[in-house]
Design a protein around this ligand. Structure first.
Ligand SMILES: *Cc1c(COP(=O)(O)O)cnc(C)c1O
Length: 383
């Protein structure tokens, strides 16, 4: 699809032309492993479903379209997508990563890839000078997550891209929290955009799936080689569900952002709340960057109740009735989580608290219910 279409049109039509077989308006679920050949190699571009599948291919085109990219690749999970990026590296190579990072990414970096001789430096990137200071001759990749999970720090992608371009490094951005509706990192100079499509892109808490989007043809070729050679692909049914999610991404994100704002403003004036982390506040340390690089501020926020310890925070979460206590985020339903014991439990306490993930911190994924019902629920739970 041509670039002239705007985002809301791309979510509906990007890569999703009617199916050539029977004109099906929705891409069919091609639940097949293999494809008939007339003579060895005589086929229509599909020979085995690890390599290519028409439903996955429609999804990959849709993903490329909504991220303003040329090439999309879909994987069995967000972590499988990250795993493929790291397989671009060799022993001895070094990576500079955001320090306030999704726990599963941190675990993959330190517990798997450090064992293969790759070295990781975790730095606070709100000051991009720290990125440049950490570069040495072995540095190959810079890994950025923004907004960060769960502290909602915002990193200036354009400023980091200027540094990675100068030093000829690959810049990869985990765009899961923002979704392509709020920000499109390739436009700011990133080389690879990564998504846990399990979250906002899928949007209905019913599919685990990962994605990479790139512009560079050579990088796309290397990543699709890894995708096929390592084999961590997603199936046709999951591809279909994700395509279906993409069709309403813009409508959902608009409501997530409205509700996120309402909940953040409510918590911010609450006498029993110490601090609310949400980039939409003018006094948020990265508000200017957030405003410049994001279309709105989304539905993710964290807060710390006044004087609360581990148990007091858990009690508030247990009191919630509309918000469900659960891992994950980005679905239509509101979720509450306790990073210290859930998503960030695999990060050592000292490391965790250095980045602000204290025992009392509560993270909310604000859904698209009626905002007042969400506020009423918080009101009764905080007490
Ligand atoms: C969930 C998540 C991942 C991992 O994705 P999976 O689909 O669970 O494998 C990576 N990054 C962020 C920011 C996430 O929230």
């Amino acid at each position: 699809m041509k670039k002239k279409f705007r985002f809301n049109t791309k979510t509906i039509h990007g890569g999703q032309a009617p199916d050539p077989a029977y004109g099906a308006v929705m891409p069919p679920i091609y639940q097949t492993t293999t494809y008939a050949q007339t003579t060895p190699g005589g086929h229509q571009g599909f020979e085995y479903s690890r390599t290519h599948n028409p439903t996955r291919q429609a999804l990959e085109k849709a993903l490329a379209s909504i991220e303003n990219g040329k090439h999309g690749l879909a994987f069995g999970s967000g972590l499988a997508a990250i795993d493929a990026v790291l397989k671009l590296l060799k022993p001895g190579d070094e990576v500079i990563s955001t320090n306030d990072l999704y726990g599963g990414s941190y675990r993959l970096f330190t517990n798997i890839f450090e064992g293969f001789g790759i070295k990781f430096h975790f730095v606070g990137m709100d000051n991009v000078q720290r990125v440049e200071n950490s570069i040495n001759t072995n540095t190959r990749l810079v890994w950025v997550e923004t907004p960060t999970n769960p502290m909602m720090n915002v990193i200036d992608i354009k400023a980091v891209a200027q540094i990675t371009q100068k030093h000829n490094l690959i810049l990869a951005v985990d765009n899961t929290f923002a979704s392509p509706y709020l920000q499109q990192p390739l436009d700011f100079g990133a080389d690879i955009v990564m998504h846990s499509a399990t979250k906002y892109i899928g949007g209905h808490s019913d599919v685990v799936l990962g994605a990479l989007i790139v512009n560079d043809a050579d990088l796309a070729k290397r990543l699709s080689f890894i995708q096929n050679a390592s084999g961590a692909i997603c199936g046709p049914m999951d591809s279909f569900l994700t395509l279906r999610g993409i069709k309403t991404l813009h409508v959902r994100m608009q409501r997530h952002s409205e509700n996120g704002r309402a909940v953040a403003e409510y918590l911010n004036q609450h006498p029993k709340i110490e601090k609310v982390y949400w980039p939409g506040f003018e006094n948020h340390p990265n508000h200017k960057v957030a405003k410049a690089q994001m279309k709105d501020f989304g539905g993710m926020l964290s807060f710390a109740p006044k004087g609360a310890d581990f148990n007091a925070a858990i009690k508030i979460i247990e009191n919630l009735k509309v918000f469900t206590l659960a891992e994950s985020l980005g679905g239509v339903e509101s979720l509450a989580g306790h990073p210290a014991s859930m998503t960030h439990a695999s990060i050592p306490k000292v490391e965790r608290e250095k980045s602000g993930v204290v025992d009392s911190l509560i993270r909310l994924s604000v859904g698209i219910e009626d905002a007042q019902d969400l506020i009423d629920d918080l009101e009764q739970a905080i007490g």
